[in-house]
Ligand binder design. Structure first.
Ligand code: GCB
Length: 610
């Protein structure tokens, strides 16, 4: 009797626990793109499946959790015998390009929120002495991944990478991978149902089949020590070897060749004294070639070294005071109205920020493409990186917290070697409450436990009373910056009134305005009091900057936003048409008048800064 109960119970626990551990994927490999890999980008067949016919039976039970595990679209039956009834066929379907969202590739999918199945064939020649990982740089939002008809894992979160070990499932010759992607918004997810950006669905970033030796360099970190810029600190982590093993770290330009030994967990700490480092900065984005080798593996990276800290109201980069001339950016290519897909797309956006005179960008409101951060390193732009803890998410739900923390952890793990990243932001415009303060407070502690070499911030909100504006969110006590969004002159008051406002900021910390902005339709000209006109947006910028310049401790800003972006919330049929028009550049790449107002201000700041 006992057996009858215990065995099924154990089975359920086993199934549940293996499902849960796969929800966030496995720990991702550092610098996946530099590994041996087969690139799985390109054309993928797709099936639109709003009722999840390929996933659930008519009693809503997932096929992949049934006894046989069969019945779903992942079986990929394309040429059934004459007695087999099959109601799908990938081979007769059109294709989507990966990387890329589905909304911008098929008119039917512009507003679609639901399930789409992707399928791609590829050829492999697996070797016995290698590991194989299916690596996804990002899929929005929930994905179920199958290789040759077998499930390899599930993942939630639309902007961070994940991978699955497929070593035992990969075949010599033809293979096929099927991914079910579901972008339905849900209240308890991160982000939650309400955002001001397009809910682009699909396999939005690269897919790789990564090959490693059995024992491989899984992760590494190298940065200047927090309080000692003459020392490189970090670690290397091997996977697959529990014996002590020698590792070599080389930075030829600094004459560094250092030998380390891993412990029983494959972990080795890096402490390398060094002199004469050419510090990384926006004016001098110096990157060093770093080579790490173990007995069976090696990896190269380009890493810059710099320090960042705050002292009172000052931000010091390499011990020099700095003003952050920034702009906010979404991960979107306005010219196609979809997610950024290529390095060229990203260079276009960053190039525009450089033309504006920026030394800094806010990558809002979620984790951007790894390539974006690598380009920021290369061309010299400081970065505020953020997780999609946006507006009002489910503060009291422990699963929501876990999800937010996981997304934050993966983002930090992925980008911890990027000199450009100086700020981790734990969220945007989250309303003060006991539960929210606890939730956000824990995220801040988490960041500090993972990375003590950068600043921690959040885009807070302000309070208003007549012409008095105060910043006193209690979370500010735990953060390194007094950073907040404010929409004076657009959602409240009007541009000409702005210089009358008095600011009181409770924190003795550098003030960095994370957002302000006003809509304008490019090419619409009127007098400066007419909203939606370029003249009005220009006046708005002039008055904003006049007001903000009077704030004691002002050390930077990221106005909202570089380029117009798509949003379902923006419905004015004449001026918006589902575009948030706060861009300084239009969706066709035209610079509005306010672009030049801000450019001019940043030029003046540069002169004063010297
Ligand atoms: C905000 C949000 C941003 C919106 C912006 C707006 O405060 O942080 O995501 O897009 O305002 O345009 O209203």
């Amino acid at each position: 009797m006992l057996k009858k109960i215990i065995i099924p119970l154990l089975l359920i626990v086993f199934i549940l626990s293996s499902f849960c551990t796969s929800v966030m994927g496995q720990k991702t490999i550092q610098h996946a793109f530099a590994r041996d890999h087969i690139n799985l980008n390109g054309s993928w067949k797709y099936i639109i499946d709003p009722y999840q016919m390929g996933y659930l039976d008519y009693r809503q039970k997932p096929f992949d959790q049934s006894k046989s595990g069969k019945g779903g679209f992942y079986d990929n039956i394309t040429s059934p015998d004459k007695k087999t009834r099959v109601e799908y066929n990938f081979d007769f379907e059109p294709s989507l390009q990966v990387p890329g969202d589905w909304n911008s590739q098929d008119q039917k999918l512009l507003f679609y929120e639901g399930t789409v199945w992707y399928k791609r064939d590829f050829v492999a020649d697996p070797q016995a002495n290698k590991n194989y990982f299916l690596y996804f740089a990002a899929v929005n939002y929930e994905s179920h991944v199958y290789l040759n008809g077998e499930k390899v894992g599930t993942h939630k979160g639309g902007f961070t990478p994940f991978q699955f070990d497929v070593t035992s499932k990969l075949k010599k010759g033809n293979n096929y991978v099927v991914v079910m992607v579901d972008n339905v918004r849900k209240k308890d997810e991160v982000p939650t149902i309400n955002t001001d950006w397009w809910n682009y669905g699909g396999i939005t970033r690269d897919v790789l089949l990564v090959t490693t030796p059995k024992s491989f360099i899984e992760d590494y970190k190298m940065q200047l020590a927090k309080n000692d810029p003459t020392k490189l600190e970090g670690f290397v982590k091997l996977n697959g070897n529990t014996n002590k093993e020698k590792l070599v770290i080389e930075i030829p330009e600094l004459n560094i060749k250092s030998t380390l030994e891993t412990d029983a967990n494959g972990y080795a700490k890096i402490i390398i004294p060094t002199k004469k480092i050419d510090y990384w900065s926006p004016e001098n984005p110096k990157l060093y070639d770093v080579k790490i080798s173990s007995k069976s593996d090696k990896i190269n990276d380009k890493i810059g070294f710099r320090t960042i800290k705050t002292v009172g109201k000052d931000i010091l980069l390499n011990d020099r005071s700095l003003f952050l001339k920034g702009i906010s950016v979404h991960d979107e290519n306005p010219l196609v109205g979809g997610r950024l897909r290529s390095e060229g797309d990203m260079r276009m956006i960053l190039g525009w920020a450089k033309q504006l005179g920026c030394n800094y960008i806010r990558l809002a409101h979620y984790t951007h493409n790894e390539t974006m951060l690598r380009l920021a390193d290369e061309i010299g732009l400081l970065v505020w990186a953020e997780v999609p803890v946006y507006w009002t998410i489910s503060w009291s739900n422990p699963d929501t917290y876990k999800n937010a923390e996981d997304q934050l952890t993966v983002a930090i793990e992925r980008d911890k070697n990027r000199a450009s990243v100086i700020i981790w932001s734990v969220g945007n415009e989250t309303p003060v409450s006991k539960e929210r303060n606890v939730f956000m407070g824990k995220l801040i502690d988490k960041v500090r436990s993972l990375d003590d070499s950068r600043l921690v911030a959040a885009a807070l909100e302000i309070e208003r009373n007549g012409y008095d504006v105060t910043v006193e969110d209690p979370l500010g006590d735990k953060l390194d910056l007094a950073s907040f969004n404010e929409y004076g002159g657009w959602y409240w008051s009007e541009p000409k009134e702005l210089p009358k406002y008095k600011w009181e900021i409770k924190f003795n910390k550098p003030v960095v305005i994370s957002e302000f902005g006003a809509d304008a339709l490019a090419g619409y000209h009127a007098d400066e009091d007419t909203v939606w006109s370029e003249e009005h947006q220009q006046l708005f910028y002039e008055k904003q900057l006049e007001m903000l310049d009077k704030i004691d401790g002002l050390r930077g800003m990221t106005p909202w936003i570089l380029v117009d972006f798509k949003s379902p919330r923006r419905q004015n049929p004449v001026y918006q048409n589902f575009w948030n028009r706060k861009g300084l550049i239009s969706e066709t790449g035209v610079k509005k008048k306010a672009f030049y107002t801000l450019q001019n201000y940043y030029q003046r700041k540069s002169l004063n800064n010297k």
